[in-house]
Each structure stands twice: as structure tokens, then as C-alpha cells.
Design a protein around this ligand. Sequence first.
Ligand code: FAD
Length: 418
Amino acid sequence: MSGPVPVEILRQHLIDPEICIRCNTCEETCPIDAITHDGVNYVVKADVCNACMACVPPCPTGAIDNWRNVLKAQAYSIEDQFGWDELPTQNPTVGAADAAAAPDLPQAATAASDGDEAPGSGSDMVRGSTVPPWSAARPYVHLYTHKAPTTATVVGNYRLTDDAASSDIHHLVLDFGAMPLPVLEGQSIGILPPGTNAGGRAHHARQYSVASPRDGERPGYNNVSLTVKRVTRDHSGNATDGVCSNYLCDLKKGDVVTVIGPFGNTFLMPNHPNSHLLMICTGTGSAPMRAMTEYRRRRRLKGATGKLMLFFGARTQQELPYFGPLMNLPKDFIDTNLAFSRTPGQPKRYVQDAMRERAVDVAHLLKDGGTHIYVCGLKGMEDGVLQALGEIAQAHGMAWDALWERLKREGRLHLETY
Ligand code: FAD
């Protein structure tokens, strides 16, 4: 007599299209290329994903951490997922199935649902901390969502870069009126641009780092500033009109924007007065550094020995946002080092070159357990900066691999590149 046919159940990894801000972090992090995207959605290939969880901690919104029990033979295809505006609900019949009857249920997925990190979670593939500094304030996240966003009024929109510079970067101030938007330095918000894409779907949200400190662009006001670069060329250099950046750069005073978030719970500053900030950024990556620096400036604590060291890169001085105000900050408050890669008649100089020139002081900070490192800006800067940190550490008697692990573990190395 034959028994019942065993049913194979898969705990399928899915990305929530309503929360995902299409930042590409998951696709870049996945060690086995299980994540892909089209012009609309980021999706997970059911037959490739092994639930190693490497992509989960770096996701800024948590959209990545979604799972559905499905019959293996009926797993959602990537074509299904490309067509989704929202996640399907869990089929209760399959959802109730006993894990023992599911030979394909990956161990890691089970652990994830318990909130634990699975063995072999791939955390060594994550290059920066997935935990905040011990003294960071507790952030609020996801107060506003696609389904329930809030609005803000534009109270300022200024071009930061020289009129003659090819790069058009704006400083935008948004006022939230009576709506609460508690944000910390290092967090970001999402902007929902109006209109639809070529497929007739509402544009997805784009994420922008907050450039103002927690007590507002203007202290005591319920406002937030952003640093937005107008995208006129895609990553390959072809002409394009970036949907959201152009929308934001063209806004006028009094216009109303739709906002979601806040996002981010690890790229946060330490709050103990003797902690040091080593900040390395390019272009609009200066936004969180501006927020942290300004917070420290406003709260300059008597007797605090915490140092601020900044490496800031741009193509030219004219393209460097906040150049004037930055140069006015007292030298005993912040140690500022600029690097320009396209100054006519000058050799190309990148942030990592400036770091190597200041190797002795960078090494001094690396040796100090109170140092917290922040890297923000173009994706391409990450390798060069990590390599420079490694070289400086090794040259000054520190084993970089061990130090790197320790920095990550202690919430002291934060990378946000896009
Ligand atoms: P899209 O319409 O989305 O893209 C148009 C084309 O341009 C596409 O081909 C796209 O691949 C390409 N493209 C997208 N971005 C760029 C770029 N930067 N350079 C060249 N080509 C590009 N942006 C800021 O200006 N300031 C910030 O503070 C900021 N913070 C961010 C924080 C995080 C965590 C992340 C993930 C992103 C951040 N961004 C920031 C980038 C921002 O979210 C948008 O991706 C960017 O403004 C482009 O959006 P868009 O709608 O104008 O372009």
C-alpha cells in the first residue's frame, strides 16, 4: 500500500515591493547572484537563494526580510515577482504546514524568523557594521510608509554648487509642520515623486540622507534638510533625466512633497563626548557628515576630547557642496582634508590619497577604541577607502583583518554608498 505523497514546502525569500527603495544593496551583497531586478522590482530567484541572510542586515528598509511558505513546485517565479505591486498574503494551508514535512526549509530562514543570526549567515561578506555605536540614540524607523506617507512643505531650495560647475547640487529644506518626523544624523527619508513610470505604475520612492541634525535644520524647528544632486547622466554617462532628483531640484518654496521613512538604524553617530568621528565622503555623501558635524558643533561639550576628522572628495572645488561653511569651521573643531579629482592642471587626487598623506593621524585614530568611521558617497569609493584604511593600519602595526572585524562588531565602521 502506498502512503501519502510527500509535499515539498519551500520557505521562499521575497522582497516587499511596497517598502523597497530599489537601492541595489541586496543585489550587490548577495554572494550567489540570487537577486535581480527589472525597471520596477527587485526579486529573489527561488531556485538560487539559499537563505544565507547576507542581504538582510544591509537592507536599509527591511523590505528584504520577507518569507512565504509555498509548495516548492509552485514557488513564485521572478516574472511573477516583477509584476507585483504588493506581496501576496501567506496561503494559510501551506503556511500551517509542519516544518518537518519540508525538506527544503533552509536552516537559515528558520533562524531568521526567530530573529537570530544563522550559522554561515554571510556576515563576513558584509563590509560595514550592521549594529549602531553603543552610545547612539535609538532611531525611529518606518513611521511613514507608501500606504500611509506624510507630507512636507519646501521652505528652501538653494543651489550649492557654482553656477559654472557641471554638477548641480541643491540644499533643500523641508518643513513637516505639526507632523512628527524624529530623525537622527545618518538616517534618511524617502521621497515619493509624483507621476508614473513608463509601465504606468507609480514611481517608487528614492532615498535621501538627512543633512541636518536631530534638532532641525533650524534649531527648534520641525524641519529637515537634504543634499540632492540632479542626475542628468546615468552611470554609463548617457544623458538621462533622473526622476526624483530633477523633481526635487526644481521644487519651489511652498511646494508640497510626499515623504516616507525615516530609514536606517545603524549609520548613526556615537553620543559619548570623547568618541572620535573619522568621516570620509564624496559629493552628496557629505549630507550625513554635515548633520553629524553640525550636531557636534551645536553640542560642543566642555572638556570633550572627541576629534572630528573629515576627508571630502569632489571633482573640483566648485562642485564641493558646503565648501564655504566647511572652511569657516574652526580648525580645532574639525580637521578637514579635501581631495579634488579634476582640477585643471593638477594631478587627480581622491579621498584615499588624502588619507594616505595623513596616515600618521589616521592610524592614531584607528588605534583608538573610541573612533567611529563613516564612509558615504559614490559606490566606487568603497574599495579605495577600505584599501587605504587597511594599508595605513598594517603600516602602523595593526592587523587590518582583525581590526576590520572588530570595527564591524563594535558598530564603528559604517558604509553607505549608492
Ligand atoms: P532615476 O530616475 O532613479 O535614475 C535615472 C538613471 O540614472 C538610471 O539609469 C540610474 O541607474 C542612474 N542613476 C541613478 N542615480 C545616479 C547617480 N547618483 N549618478 C549617476 N547615475 C545615476 N542622492 C542624493 O542626491 N543625495 C543623497 O543624500 C542621497 N542619499 C542616498 C542614501 C541612500 C541610502 C541611497 C540608497 C541613495 C541615496 N541617494 C542620494 C541616491 C538617490 O536615492 C537617487 O538614487 C538619486 O537621486 C537618483 O534618483 P533619480 O530618480 O533622479 O534617478
